[in-house]
Design a binder for this molecule. Structure first.
Ligand SMILES: [Zn+2]
Length: 328
């Protein structure tokens, strides 16, 4: 059933005009109330402006802030104090905390507000890869923060599930180095999260499943034997999930097909060298085409960690490579 709570209660937002503080446009407070109680991007006063690239997912909102901006949230004041490379200094009602962009980093709790850094302008500036030049399009301010109410999970467990079946022994170690925006080679900003499926290479185990109820929008073939799938959220139309590195001979759904949370979508492909699910969340910009599917990515590591562990009261491994490499 749809949650009909008032918007302000659902997401804890107030002062809505402050949500969208990107430099490209002044945003109205005309946020769209969607089934499932989700806030999505409002309408810009400048019609030619694209969707500003931030938005929400589940119980969290993604907000762009410039240094010095203050955003009312849950009755408190969230202020962006500084951004240096991938490090952000933020305060909530005067309590200050320093956070790194979430790769294997979990949210902090600052005066009751759960905060993680989805992206920063210096991190985005590192990307010069011509293949996916707009990976960081959700970022329109100095930093993109993800805010949520500590009293609620990031994703409700009765609506979402981890995107790999847990029925046959899959275990996510989080030991991969290719997390969100990790720089795997010069200029490339990794466009999602790789979840290791080494034991599933060439086998029909560890099925990839629907993270929530939704509709398959397309299934595209990349380099053989691969396929890639786009799933649109039912609870939040306009939000999409990308499943990449599927075995094209083991895809069980068709474009236009409705699926329920946990439904089997496909098995992954892979050979003796590699095999993993590349998973991404696209939060704005309308339905992406295959060619530029990574345009409006939302950093989604904390949500996946929460889905896997059932909470965020965990420790994550130390990442040894795939780090940002800044000149200064
Ligand atoms: Zn990947």
């Amino acid at each position: 059933m749809f949650d009909r709570d008032p918007l302000v209660n659902r997401s804890g937002l107030s002062g809505l005009k402050h949500l969208w503080v990107g430099r490209a446009a002044v945003w109205t407070a005309a946020l769209v109330w969607q089934a499932g109680g989700i806030v999505i991007v409002g309408r810009a006063e400048t019609p030619s402006s694209p969707a500003n690239g931030s938005g929400s997912w589940g119980n969290a909102v993604y907000v762009n802030l410039n240094i010095g901006d203050t955003l009312p949230y849950l009755g408190k004041s969230v202020t962006l104090l500084g951004v240096t490379n991938n490090i952000v200094t933020v305060s909530v009602d005067g309590k200050t905390c320093t956070l790194a962009v979430a790769q294997l980093t979990l949210p902090a709790v600052i005066n009751g507000v759960r905060v993680f850094v989805a992206d920063t302008r210096p991190v985005a500036a590192l990307t010069t890869d011509e293949e996916y030049p707009l990976v960081h399009a959700a970022l329109t301010g100095d930093a993109l923060l993800c805010l949520s109410d500590l009293a609620r999970p990031l994703l409700d467990p009765d609506r979402f599930t981890f995107p790999i079946s847990r029925d046959d022994g899959f275990c996510w170690s989080m030991a991969e180095n290719s997390h969100m925006f990790a720089y795997l080679r010069p200029q490339r900003s990794h466009e999602g999260i790789d979840i290791d499926l080494t034991p599933a290479r060439g086998k029909e185990i560890h099925a990839l499943v629907a993270i929530e109820d939704g509709t398959v929008r397309w299934v595209e073939h990349g380099q053989p034997p691969e396929a890639c799938l786009l799933l649109e959220s039912e609870s939040q139309p306009g939000l999409y999930y990308i499943y990449q590195h599927l075995n094209r001979d083991k895809v069980f759904v068709q474009p236009g097909q409705s699926v329920k949370r946990g439904d089997r979508l496909a098995y992954t492909c892979g050979d003796w060298r590699w095999g993993h699910l590349h998973f991404s969340v696209v939060g704005a910009g309308g339905q992406p085409e295959y060619a530029d599917r990574y345009r409006y990515l939302l950093n989604c590591f904390p949500q996946l960690a929460e889905l896997w562990h059932g909470s965020l009261a965990i420790e994550t491994p130390v990442r040894t490579s795939g780090k940002f490499r800044f000149a200064n």
